[in-house]
Design a protein around this ligand. Structure first.
Ligand SMILES: O=C(O)CCC(=O)C(=O)O
Ligand SMILES: [Fe+2]
Length: 485
C-alpha cells in the first residue's frame, strides 16, 4: 500500500470564514478522516510491519489520527529503521498502559451550566483517572454509566430471542455491502459491511432517493425483518426508561439537556453492521446528526462475537493549558507542524480512551451527550473468541429516531443537488456546541463539494427553526418500528 503525502493547502471554505474551520467541520463525522482510522492503521502497518497492530493503533490515537505524527514516532520505534546499529525499541509501556475498572462517580455541571467531563467528580466520589495514551477497560454497568455517556444492559433479551435475531441477521448480512467514502482524494471502503433498515417499501424508496448518508444516497436499504421489529418494541421501552433515569440521576438539576427532545424516543430506522473477524472495525467518529437532530439518543444491540467499543471525549482545540502540560507525548521535531501535531496528540491523549466490552445480547444506550462531546469506535482486535452461532462475526444494530422535523425536504439545499448535513462545532471554544448546515458532497465518493454553510438554529427541544414555513402534511414520515408491527 502507498503512503500518503501531506495534504495540499486549499482555499478557505465559508465554514472557515465563519470561524469554524474545515478541519473542525470535517473531522468530526462518520465517513471522513475519523472513520479512516482503519485506513491510516493499514498504511502505518504497511510502513512498520515490525510493530504490533495494537501498538500502532495506540500511537495513532495518541497522535489524534495524524499519520505524519504517528509515523515519525513509529519510525523511532521500528527495529528495521534503527537496525543494525540500534536494538529494537519497544513502545514505552508508560504510554500505552491498560487500566482496569474503577469505582463510580457521575456527570456534573460545568461553569456555564453545561455538562462537563463526567470524570471531574461529584462530591464524595473519586475523579476518574484515565491517563494520557491509556485505555480504561470497563465491564460493570455502573462503571459504564458513571464514566461514559452510555449505559449498558447485559443479557438484554431472553436468550432464545437474541439467538433467533442473530440467526436472522446473519442471513441478512449476505446482502450487506461496504459503503465508500473519500479520503485524501481517493475512494476507500468501510472496514465492515452494513445495511439500513426501515419499515415499509415506500420508506425504502425515500431512503434511496431522499435521505443521504455521508453525503450520498444509500444503495443498501432493506425492509425491517419481523424479528427486528418485534425486538424494537423492547429496545424502545428500555431506552426510554434509561433516558429518564439518566435525566433524573445524572443531568444538572434532573432536567433534560438543552436541545434534547422531551418526546418519547421512537426508533424508525436501524443501521445493521456486520464485523467479520478481528480486523473489521469502524474508526473513531460521531454519528451524523442530520436526521437525528441535536443530542440524539441511539440504542445499540450487539449480537455474536464480543468486541470492544471505545469512546473518547472531544477536547477543545484551544484548551492550550491541557495541551501544554502534556505536550511531547508524540513526535520530537520542533518544526511548526510537528509542534501542532504534538499539541494535537496531547489533546487527544489528555484523558485517554475508555473501552466498553460489548458481549452477545447486550444493549448499549448512547445518551444525549454522546455525539456532540464524544467519539466512538469499534477498534480492530488481535483475536476474537468464536461465538457458537456467529463464528467470528459480530452483528450490531443501532436503532435510531429520524425526526419528522428533519425530513430531507425541509433541510437547506446546497448547490450540489443534495441537501446540506448537520454538524456540531466541537473544537473551537468560540463556536463549540453551535450547529451548522453544510455541504458534505466534497467528502462523498466521486463528488466535489460546493462549500455551502449556514448556522443551524433549534428551539430548546431540538426542533429546527426554519426560515420558511413548513407545510406539515406534505412530508411523508418514517414509521416507528413498533407502530408498524
Ligand atoms: O458496531 C457498533 O457497536 C457501533 C456502530 C456505529 O458506531 C455506527 O453504526 O455508527
Ligand atoms: Fe456510530
Amino acid at each position: 500500500m502507498e503512503a500518503f503525502g501531506p495534504r495540499k493547502r486549499r482555499r478557505l471554505s465559508p465554514a472557515e470564514e465563519a470561524g469554524v474551520g474545515r478541519s473542525e467541520a470535517s473531522s468530526d463525522q462518520e465517513n471522513h478522516s475519523e472513520e479512516s482510522t482503519d485506513i491510516k492503521l493499514a498504511i502505518l502497518m504497511s510502513l512498520y510491519p515490525n510493530i504490533k497492530q495494537d501498538d500502532i493503533l495506540d500511537v495513532l490515537v495518541s497522535c489524534e489520527g495524524s499519520v505524519d505524527a504517528a509515523s515519525s514516532l513509529l519510525a523511532s520505534q521500528d527495529p528495521a529503521e534503527n537496525a543494525p546499529t540500534s536494538k529494537k525499541r519497544a513502545i514505552p509501556s508508560s504510554s500505552f498502559g491498560i487500566q482496569t475498572s474503577l469505582s463510580s462517580h457521575v456527570l456534573t455541571k460545568g461553569k456555564d451550566g453545561s455538562l462537563v467531563s463526567i470524570n471531574e467528580g461529584m462530591a464524595g466520589r473519586k475523579p476518574l483517572s484515565t491517563k494520557k495514551g491509556q485505555t480504561l477497560h470497563l465491564y460493570a454497568p455502573e462503571d459504564v454509566a458513571a464514566y461514559t455517556p452510555c449505559t449498558i444492559i447485559h443479557n438484554f433479551l431472553p436468550p432464545e430471542e437474541a439467538n433467533t435475531l442473530l440467526v436472522e441477521l446473519l442471513e441478512e448480512s449476505q446482502h450487506f455491502s461496504r459503503y465508500e467514502f473519500q479520503l485524501f482524494n481517493r475512494t476507500v471502503q468501510s472496514p465492515h459491511t452494513t445495511s439500513v433498515y426501515v419499515s415499509t417499501p415506500e420508506e425504502y424508496k425515500q431512503q434511496t432517493s431522499e435521505y443521504t448518508y455521508g453525503g450520498t444516497y444509500r444503495s443498501n436499504v432493506r425492509q425491517a425483518t419481523p424479528q427486528l421489529r418485534t425486538i424494537s418494541r423492547k429496545v424502545q421501552e428500555r431506552v426510554n426508561e434509561e433516558i429518564q433515569k439518566r435525566i433524573r440521576d445524572v443531568y444538572p438539576d434532573g432536567k433534560k439537556l438543552k436541545y434534547q427532545s422531551p418526546k418519547q424516543w421512537r426508533p424508525n430506522a436501524a443501521f445493521v453492521n456486520c464485523y467479520e473477524g478481528p480486523s473489521e472495525s469502524v474508526g473513531y467518529h460521531s454519528d451524523e446528526l442530520t436526521y437525528l437532530g441535536p443530542h440524539p439518543v441511539i440504542g445499540s444491540l450487539s449480537l455474536g462475537v464480543e468486541r470492544e467499543f471505545r469512546v473518547r471525549r472531544v477536547v477543545a482545540r484551544d484548551d492550550e493549558a491541557d495541551a501544554e502540560e502534556t505536550a511531547g507525548s508524540c513526535g520530537k521535531s520542533s518544526s511548526p507542524s510537528k509542534e501542532k501535531d504534538q499539541r494535537a496528540a496531547a489533546r487527544a491523549d489528555a484523558q485517554g480512551q475508555i473501552s466498553i466490552h460489548l458481549p452477545h445480547n447486550s444493549l448499549l444506550v448512547m445518551h444525549a451527550e454522546m455525539q456532540e462531546e464524544w467519539k466512538h469506535a469499534i477498534t480492530p482486535a488481535q483475536t476474537v473468541s468464536p461465538h457458537p452461532i456467529a463464528g467470528n462475526r459480530r452483528i450490531n444494530i443501532t436503532y435510531r429516531w429520524y425526526r419528522d422535523s428533519l425530513h430531507p425536504r425541509y433541510i437547506p439545499q446546497c448547490r450540489c443537488g443534495t441537501h446540506a448535513i448537520l454538524r456540531c462545532a466541537q473544537r473551537k471554544q468560540e463556536t463549540r456546541g453551535r450547529y451548522m448546515w453544510m455541504c458534505y458532497a466534497g467528502f462523498a465518493s466521486g463528488k466535489q463539494g460546493c462549500s455551502f454553510f449556514q448556522w443551524a438554529e433549534f428551539d430548546d427541544d431540538g426542533d429546527p427553526l426554519w426560515d420558511r414555513q413548513i407545510v406539515e402534511d406534505v412530508a411523508p414520515i418514517l414509521t416507528n418500528f413498533s407502530a408498524s408491527q
